[in-house]
Design a protein around this ligand. Sequence first.
Ligand code: AMP
Length: 181
Amino acid sequence: MRTLIDTQELSYELKKVIHDVPDFPKKGIIFKDITPLLMDGFLFQKTIQFFFNRWQDEVLDAIVTIESRGFFLGAPLAAQLGVGLIPVRKKGKLPRKTRKVSYQLEYGTDHLEIHEEDLKRLRHVLVVDDVLATGGTVSAVIQLLEEAGCLIRGIDFLMELTFLKGREKLKNHPVFSLLQY
Ligand code: AMP
């Protein structure tokens, strides 16, 4: 069912609950803490409903979502849409054969993995994550998906740190963020 949601009102409510935590996980980073949103059941439901409304009528095979905070949004959205969920996880967490990709963070370097078998079955994909910062993480994931022949239908974020210009790394793709900072 489509429940109409006022984007401006939702953005206002979300910005009220998302906490800025200075110097976490290291000095100079202002960490956007979404746990108060997860604690607010009604607002969390409304946020998932908002993304559901965006994708309800679209053809999707699966949502690809990125460890770990991306799971908070990707999983309920996939369940509500009735499409599969493919987790992209940090190195060594997935039990079956994986494809790997390395990426740059706003604060460090890391590796991500996806189950190879899952990749083979995907075509129309929505990528979901919590924060678009430098765009390093998500562009690595996009590269992995495109190499496997996936069509990226969209890349949706709860929020975007616009001053880090991550969107520029995703130029040829439909990028959406609900909140901008
Ligand atoms: P990036 O690759 O720089 O776009 O970083 C994206 C990932 O890092 C996202 O999955 C976020 O979970 C996390 N991240 C980066 N910067 C922040 C921040 N300031 N606050 C919260 N999470 C962040």
